[in-house]
Design a protein around this ligand. Structure first.
Ligand code: MG
Length: 158
């Protein structure tokens, strides 16, 4: 059996917060606002995996109203969600993601981000891909007021 999953997230970018994408802190003068560390990429990936496995969504698993998740490392959230899917017999064939971010340049960080995600999920880095697009100066992304992320995954089970 194979299943496809889709996840999306958006976070506001504000001064005084670190920019965390895929569990990697990227030097920049602003970062994601959010209840957790605001890692939009990991949140999109978490939702893609939960959606494909039919287990729920990130808001149900980790309610923002719960103080337990305040400032949470999104790698721990992804790990917790994936361990449930893995326990249900699912295996990741591949994950693909797009980030919409005006600045800074993402390419120099791509390999580190791919390795970070693969490490959290305990899969080969070759199964994870991430690319970034700018907002062409348009809208909230183009003005560096927001970062968006989309993720898809293919899961398989015997
Ligand atoms: Mg989020």
């Amino acid at each position: 059996m194979i299943r496809v999953g889709l996840g999306y997230d958006l976070h506001r970018l504000v001064e005084g917060r670190p920019l965390v994408l895929g569990g990697v802190t990227i030097p920049f003068d602003r970062g994601e606002d959010g209840h957790s560390d605001g890692d939009a990429l990991l949140h999109a990936i978490t939702d893609a995996l939960l959606g494909a496995s039919g287990l729920g969504d990130i808001g149900e698993f980790f309610p923002p109203s719960d103080e337990k998740w305040k400032g949470a490392d999104s790698r721990a959230l992804l790990q917790a969600a994936w361990s449930e899917a893995r326990d249900a017999g699912w295996r990741i064939e591949n994950l693909d993601a797009v980030i919409a971010l005006q600045a800074p340049k993402f390419l120099p960080w791509r390999q580190a981000v791919r390795d970070s995600i693969a490490g959290v999920l305990e899969i080969d880095g070759e199964r994870v891909f991430v690319k970034a697009k700018t907002g062409e100066g348009l809208g909230p992304v183009g003005k560096s007021e927001a970062v968006e992320a989309w993720a898809t995954c293919l899961l398989s089970r015997e």
